[in-house]
Write a protein that binds this ligand. Sequence first.
Ligand SMILES: *[C@@H]1O[C@H](CO)[C@@H](O)[C@H](O)[C@H]1NC(C)=O
Ligand SMILES: *[C@@H]1O[C@H](CO)[C@@H](O)[C@H](O)[C@H]1NC(C)=O
Ligand SMILES: *[C@@H]1O[C@H](CO)[C@@H](O)[C@H](O)[C@H]1NC(C)=O
Ligand SMILES: *[C@@H]1O[C@H](CO)[C@@H](O)[C@H](O)[C@H]1NC(C)=O
Ligand SMILES: *[C@@H]1O[C@H](CO)[C@@H](O)[C@H](O)[C@H]1NC(C)=O
Ligand SMILES: *[C@@H]1O[C@H](CO)[C@@H](O)[C@H](O)[C@H]1NC(C)=O
Ligand SMILES: *[C@@H]1O[C@H](CO)[C@@H](O)[C@H](O)[C@H]1NC(C)=O
Ligand SMILES: *[C@@H]1O[C@H](CO)[C@@H](O)[C@H](O)[C@H]1NC(C)=O
Ligand SMILES: *[C@@H]1O[C@H](CO)[C@@H](O)[C@H](O)[C@H]1NC(C)=O
Length: 604
Amino acid sequence: MASIVFFLLLSFSLLSAGKPLPKSTIFRPRLTSDPTTTNDISPTTYFEVTKPIQLPNTKPYSKLVLQHDFGYTYGSPPVLAEYTPPANYPSNDFAKIVLEWTATCKGRQFDRIFGVWLGGVELLRSCTAEPRATGIVWTVKKDITRYHSLLMNKQTLAVYLGNIVDDTYTGVYHVNVTVHFYPAEKKMKMPVNSDHLHNQWADLIIPISRSLPLDDGLWFEIENSTDVKSKKFVIPQNAYRALLEVYVSFHENDEFWPTNVPNEYISANNLTGFPGNGPFREVGVSLDGNVVGAIWPFTVVYTGGVNPLLWRPITGIGSFDLPSYDIEITPFLGSILDGESHDFAFRVRNALNVWYIDANLHVWLDGKSEKTNGKFLMQKISPLHVSLESNFTGLNGTFVTKVNRSIKSSGWVQSSFGKIVTESTQEFDYSNFMVMRKDGDSQIVNQMINFNDSVYAKMPSSVLSKKSLKSFSFYIFSDTVEKGKGSYSEIANITLGFNEKKIDDLGSKSSSSVLENLQNGQGSMLVKGNLVVSGLGSTQQMYNYGDDKFCYFRDISSSNYTIIYDKEGSTCSKRKKSRFDFAMGKRWPFPARRALKASDRHAM
Ligand SMILES: *[C@@H]1O[C@H](CO)[C@@H](O)[C@H](O)[C@H]1NC(C)=O
Ligand SMILES: *[C@@H]1O[C@H](CO)[C@@H](O)[C@H](O)[C@H]1NC(C)=O
Ligand SMILES: *[C@@H]1O[C@H](CO)[C@@H](O)[C@H](O)[C@H]1NC(C)=O
Ligand SMILES: *[C@@H]1O[C@H](CO)[C@@H](O)[C@H](O)[C@H]1NC(C)=O
Ligand SMILES: *[C@@H]1O[C@H](CO)[C@@H](O)[C@H](O)[C@H]1NC(C)=O
Ligand SMILES: *[C@@H]1O[C@H](CO)[C@@H](O)[C@H](O)[C@H]1NC(C)=O
Ligand SMILES: *[C@@H]1O[C@H](CO)[C@@H](O)[C@H](O)[C@H]1NC(C)=O
Ligand SMILES: *[C@@H]1O[C@H](CO)[C@@H](O)[C@H](O)[C@H]1NC(C)=O
Ligand SMILES: *[C@@H]1O[C@H](CO)[C@@H](O)[C@H](O)[C@H]1NC(C)=O
């Protein structure tokens, strides 16, 4: 009986971050004593390690599009502002457009999820940094050039940041949103509309989100595994390519979905109020009721997640700029070129409350014809192969979940580029090893997702292709010790890995890039009544990016708010070899993997 109580505490402490609803905040551990001494008065700068945006050598035109203080905003409409495109610039002449979010905050506040939408199109999904008594500041810069066509028109900007301010949560977020427009360098023209996949940016972006007015974010909320949310849309009849960009984030009972236990474990142990449904999640997207693709998302950990001290000042991978995922829609275009209304629908396999999902439909239009036509050819969806091995006695046990599937679709579109057959393939592979020990007070999870997307455009004379090979790793070791009087101490080690290799073969223009981004953290904390009263968090990160023109690496570590080391560089030559060795299939020497083996032996 006692052990069950401790386990609940453990899981509540894991269930800490990014929870958007006030009712759940009682479970969130937080700092009651700020470790900063009073003579340290400068605000702490939080940041996510990522590569700098490559900018043209031109002077930007910068526009402050929103300045707002986010106080008590729950149940309120998003903050709105009228957006007007830059005047006096020929509309096609921007080589780069960058969104900049800057915020300051002082006091006590949790991590909050927020979104920025323009004309209903989501531009940024992010999480706030957690403030401290001496104040914090952080900036997120995002390359939003792909929304070029949207940004050239008048729109309504909407920002929703659900926050609560009272005697306990005193932090108000002071926010500026700025857009920087970088004109193209004289000799660099925008890519001409020469063929099917060359034209980088869509001509039109259609929001697949909830419409204003709303007292919430524009995202759809998916509350359980049968919940389906959909949106109707119409596309112009001269479209020749379409791509759906999907934003997802997971909260409350699914915030740490890779650590959710199988339901049989919950029922065998008579546990209640416990996040279950096992550790596998899949976001499914359908068009008029037919599957068009899936997303097996990266496990973003928000700035208060697992142990809030881990993310100060280096924040978790993707937490300031959540990844979005592209699904090629061109094979299905033939079915929606009729000028009629169609709908996209979202669901999440095994979902618990709550997932926030919406999407942007990027559409390319044929400038030389009024009407294109097309036909959906075929689809092959492998059934979801799920295997679950579970072996538990009471609250101790091991669970191995393995899942894979593939989705392949093809169709043709006839436009002024000719008749092009597009074949799109998604391949997924998932494994999750979970060990529960000490009657549930200790948990180890080692999860790996491999997620490949490829698109082939077959023309009479050539084949163009775009591939993205992704691998997302997640490891956690957590151990809780009960200290009496409603307090406990917890150790948590975490590893997050986001790797992506992209290979584009566009005939005359081929390119490739490799990103390896690995984060390790070790945290300890003493929690009393769900308040973190003391503790220590340390994080190490290796970021390594390279493409044909640009390389960037950063090797950085922080502990207890202090940067321990920080090596940064942009030389390609030295790193090139190891980078490509890795890319060709070798794995990181995952400490996670070794740790799991060691603890397996322990368990026996
Ligand atoms: C963390 O840093 C603070 C000063 O900012 C110091 O007082 C405290 O002892 C440090 N904690 C540990 C565990 O090193
Ligand atoms: C926002 O912009 C205003 C005007 O430029 C400036 O005074 C203020 O300090 C900025 N706030 C933040 C959080 O950057
Ligand atoms: C799932 O969520 C939807 C939306 O809130 C609700 O209508 C439905 O009853 C829920 N289904 C189950 C099985 O809980
Ligand atoms: C769970 O509840 C059932 C029925 O009340 C009981 O028979 C069983 O022993 C309980 N199991 C545990 C592990 O407490
Ligand atoms: C998918 O999973 C099934 C069942 O676990 C397995 O037999 C099959 O080999 C897997 N396929 C791939 C491509 O990994
Ligand atoms: C289940 O776990 C127990 C205890 O660790 C072990 O002795 C047993 O061999 C395991 N059974 C299987 C089928 O793996
Ligand atoms: C993804 O592609 C790579 C390289 O072709 C391959 O090794 C890997 O098995 C693929 N993954 C899946 C899930 O198909
Ligand atoms: C569960 O495992 C712990 C060691 O991790 C052991 O002390 C405890 O007795 C085990 N509980 C049961 C019910 O086997
Ligand atoms: C957790 O991290 C600590 C500190 O680096 C290390 O001593 C310990 O071995 C790690 N444990 C596991 C299981 O990863």
